[in-house]
Unconditional design. Structure first.
Ligand code: ADP
Length: 454
């Protein structure tokens, strides 16, 4: 989950908690207040009924009832039980018909009426005294309007809660999106910075806040990285350049040596070895130089229009020089009808280095068994498939073969440095292409490269 969504969610949960607590408080407060006033109305009526029951003068009794009826009116389902003698059988019957808890009766005092509520019915119990006589009045009624009001309030609070949750979540998302906008901008900018454009910097947002600090910190780090890359790049470039000239001289001298007539066989063999090894070393230094260029500085490439089939023929020529006994066969059967699909824009030297590294690996790791190179195209890419019958790459290591200096665990028998494939990968990516690898241990490997045609 993104931090943005997390913030929106936390914001919603917090607000939900607060709104819920507030709604419960309002509901309890309203319920207490409505039921309190209903109890009070029931107690007033119970008092009148009690006083009427204690009145000996019957004409006065009817005055009480008239007053109650005219000025107070009946409550819904209003019922009164007047008990003159709490120990009588009638009192027992009434009590058992009402099913009220014992604590209700023990609460009843002369001045404090008892209240009880069960299944929508309100119960009131009170003692009324006049002279030396007293009665116990048990009254019941249903607060139909109060209950309906509470039901309405409950619906209102639930609907209000759901609607406010919707708004809180929506606004929470908008709010966090707004807060994270500068951070997303930084992420997008940082993603765009790689070894090829290390000189790029983040643009501080002008304010004096944490985000601006973050941009400045990134820029400082990029300054340091750029210097380190530059130093490393210069070192590799200079070392490779310095090695190139003596190596060319050595291979040239070996070729001159080979042309001397009447040399003994062992001298010819030595010259051959010197020539082959110096070619191999030259290829290695060229690869290091190219890796330095492609990995550190994209500005140095020179791009031109080139044909992939011609490039592969050049690659074959270079491979023949290094491994004369190779069995690389180029298959032109799948060439596209449309020649345009073979033309791409790229750096010839780099692409040649990339493909020769892949083909040389195929020869090396198959002990010179046949290697097939197929050139074809789909609607976007010129595709080159290089298939060998070699040792293959263990499944769990296949993801690492493009990591510089990585060598698979089954390569002890073969010389290598782990820079050929990372270089090839860098070069092909630099040309907006991609490389797929399919391999089975002891059966062989297929590299499929895709380069967009013009
Ligand atoms: P190396 O100099 O070791 O060949 P690379 O960078 O060219 O370095 O290749 C990296 C690793 O990928 C190799 O060490 C090897 O384990 C594996 N690999 C590359 N090509 C092949 C292949 N055709 N068959 C089997 N393994 C290969």
């Amino acid at each position: 989950m993104t931090i943005q969504n997390k913030i929106a969610l936390i914001f919603t949960v917090l607000s939900a908690g607060i709104i819920l607590a507030l709604s419960i408080y309002i509901y309890i407060f309203a319920s207490e207040s409505i039921s309190g006033s209903f109890y009070h109305r029931l107690e007033v009526r119970a008092g009148i009924v009690g006083h009427a029951a204690l009145e000996e003068n019957k004409s006065k009794t009817s005055v009480y009832y008239d007053f109650k009826e005219k000025h107070l009116g009946d409550l819904p389902f209003e019922n009164h039980h007047v008990i003159h003698n709490v120990n009588s059988a009638r009192a027992g019957n009434i009590k058992s018909s009402l099913h009220l808890p014992e604590s209700f009766y023990s609460q009843i005092r002369f001045d404090t009426p008892a209240r009880f509520f069960r299944s929508d019915t309100s119960y009131v119990g009170m003692k009324i005294a006049k002279g030396d006589k007293n009665v116990l009045v048990l009254s019941t009624a249903v607060d139909v309007f109060g209950l309906a009001e509470m039901e309405n309030l409950k619906n209102l609070l639930v609907t209000g809660f759901l609607i406010s949750m919707f708004f809180v979540f929506t606004f929470g998302k908008l709010f966090s999106a707004q807060i994270f906008r500068p951070i997303r901008l930084i992420i997008r900018n940082v993603k765009g910075i790689n070894a090829h454009n290390l000189h790029q910097r983040l643009v501080p947002n002008g304010s004096n806040d944490d985000i601006s600090d973050l941009s400045k910190t990134f820029n400082d780090m990029l300054d340091r990285l750029e210097i380190t890359f530059e130093v490393q790049n210069n070192f590799v470039s200079n070392a490779s350049h310095e090695l190139k000239t003596p190596l060319t001289v050595i291979s040239g001298e070996a070729q001159i040596g080979l042309s001397i007539p009447g040399l003994p066989q062992n001298a010819i063999d030595s010259f051959h070895t010197i020539y082959r090894e110096s070619e191999r070393l030259e290829h290695l230094t060229n690869s290091m130089l190219s890796l330095a260029q492609t990995g550190f500085d994209g500005k140095k490439e020179q791009w031109e229009e080139l044909r992939i089939d011609e490039l592969i023929l050049d690659v074959k020529e270079a491979v023949d020089k290094i491994i004369p006994s190779n069995h690389v066969a180029i298959n032109f059967d799948h060439l596209p009808d449309d020649d345009q699909k073979l033309i791409l824009n790229g750096n010839k030297t780099l692409l040649k280095a990339a493909f020769s590294n892949i083909v040389l690996n195929s020869c090396k790791y198959s002990d010179n068994k046949p290697v097939t190179v197929i050139i074809k195209a789909d609607h976007t890419y010129a595709i080159v498939e290089i298939t060998d019958e070699g040792i293959g790459i263990p499944d769990r290591e296949i993801n690492q073969i493009f990591v510089p200096f990585f060598r698979a665990s089954n390569t002890e028998k073969y010389k290598g440095y782990g820079i050929g494939l990372p270089l090839a990968h860098n070069i092909i990516r630099m040309h907006q292409g991609k490389v797929d690898v399919h391999s089975r241990v002891d059966e062989g490997t297929r590299f499929v490269t895709y380069l967009p045609f013009k």
